[in-house]
Design a protein around this ligand. Structure first.
Ligand SMILES: NC(=O)c1ccc[n+]([C@@H]2O[C@H](COP(=O)([O-])OP(=O)(O)OC[C@H]3O[C@@H](n4cnc5c(N)ncnc54)[C@H](OP(=O)(O)O)[C@@H]3O)[C@@H](O)[C@H]2O)c1
Length: 344
């Protein structure tokens, strides 16, 4: 027997990807509902061979489903997720609204699956920020082998991380520069076409951005608060796929060959690492549509006693959002938590 599933934000980047991944992973779905805002009522979205018509979040009866994959932004999550959880189903929430709530587990199944038990508290599980998700998948197996003392991370984040309007802005500006004349930025604070923007989210009083703070707070919650983590997040003119330069300092010795072997065995990680300019590493364009977190350029940092550098790339709409959400649903199914809710 399968589950009754609602995807909220079904017209968005992540919502559409969720529909695809539910089908690709053959998640046991008996009934599925596509939900978005009132303006999208009747809009068609695909679920495998089927076409679903979107319904309005305001009028949908959430007590009629077992699982809600929520991907409609922070404001909608703050307004709806707790209410939906109280109506019965488990909500897997993609926004940042509940990630730091002590009564809500924040889960990457390869990293902290045992946090799933806490899902019963509010019927909500939070899905991490896209850049954090791929980072912790790569860090966890190394940290288990030799504790990581300090990590310095620089991100190169694609525009799809900011939603479908952001992808349109990159497309329009790119055409504009060559053909139609310059177009003022709307979604991003500055021109993104042929440019880089070292500001994702809002500035905090300490000079970091909210996106940067999410990365260290979420890593501390899921992996280990003892890891000193400093981050710079940069938006780049790439449509899909986030990349990260990761500099690690360990408590003890771990050489590049050992790290490569550990990562090759690690769940969710794909190592592509040769000294070959064409075949030896993975770029964002190559990770689109893939499930893995790709790790390349594994090499010693000779400037510290026990240091390594890595290049980490993943499809932000998949492991960074929709794939991780469906994997959380699979975890809740395996642990009987989803079945309990469905029976109730
Ligand atoms: N993109 C990523 O890499 C990524 C990674 C991790 C987490 N997330 C999070 O996932 C969420 C969605 O991101 P996205 O990239 O899919 O954004 P998006 O492409 O802009 O899509 C937003 C979706 O939310 C719906 N929506 C907005 N306000 C709503 C409301 N009040 N009630 C019901 N539906 C509403 C929209 O429906 P309409 O079309 O009807 O407006 C649309 O389906 C965000 O919280 C984001 O932070 C994204």
């Amino acid at each position: 027997m399968g589950y009754r599933v609602a995807v909220v934000g079904a017209t968005g980047n992540v919502g559409r990807e969720m529909m695809t991944i539910l089908e690709e992973l053959r998640f046991p779905v008996d009934e599925i509902f596509a939900i978005a805002s009132r303006k999208s009522v009747g809009v068609e979205v695909n679920y495998g061979e089927r076409t679903l018509r979107c319904r309005d979040i305001e009028t949908f009866d959430f007590s009629a489903v077992d699982l809600v994959l929520m991907s409609a932004g922070g404001e909608a999550s703050r307004a709806w997720s707790e209410r939906i959880g109280r109506a019965g189903p488990i909500v897997i929430d993609n926004s940042s609204a509940f990630r730091m709530d002590p009564d809500v587990p924040l889960i990457v199944p390869e990293v902290n699956p045992d946090a799933a038990d806490l899902a019963r508290r509010k019927n909500i599980v939070a899905n991490p920020n896209c850049s954090t998700a791929q980072l912790v998948v790569a860090l966890k197996p190394l940290h288990d082998a030799v504790p990581i003392k300090r990590a310095v991370v620089s991100t190169y984040q694609s525009v799809s991380g900011a939603g479908k309007a952001a992808m349109d802005e990159l497309w329009d500006q790119t055409k504009g520069v060559f053909v139609l004349g310059p177009k003022d930025p709307d979604v991003f604070p500055k021109q993104i076409a042929f440019n880089l923007i070292p500001c994702i989210g809002d500035f905090r009083d300490d000079g970091y951005t909210t996106e940067e703070a999410k990365m260290w707070k979420e890593t501390h919650k899921m992996l280990d608060p003892a890891i000193a983590l400093t981050v710079t997040c940069v938006r780049v003119p790439v449509f899909v796929g986030h990349a990260e330069c990761v500099n690690l300092e360990f408590d003890g010795p771990l050489d590049a060959d050992e790290a490569r072997e550990i990562l090759r065995e690690a769940p969710g990680v794909v190592v592509v690492d040769k000294h070959d300019a064409e075949e030896g590493y993975v770029t964002p364009v190559e990770c689109v549509g893939e499930f893995g977190v790709f790790v390349s350029r594994i090499r010693k940092d000779p400037t510290v006693e026990h240091g390594l550098n890595l290049w980490v790339v993943s499809d932000n709409l998949r492991k960074g959002a929709a794939l991780n959400a469906v994997q959380i649903a699979q975890l809740l199914d395996e642990r009987g938590i989803l079945r309990e809710r469905a029976a109730a």
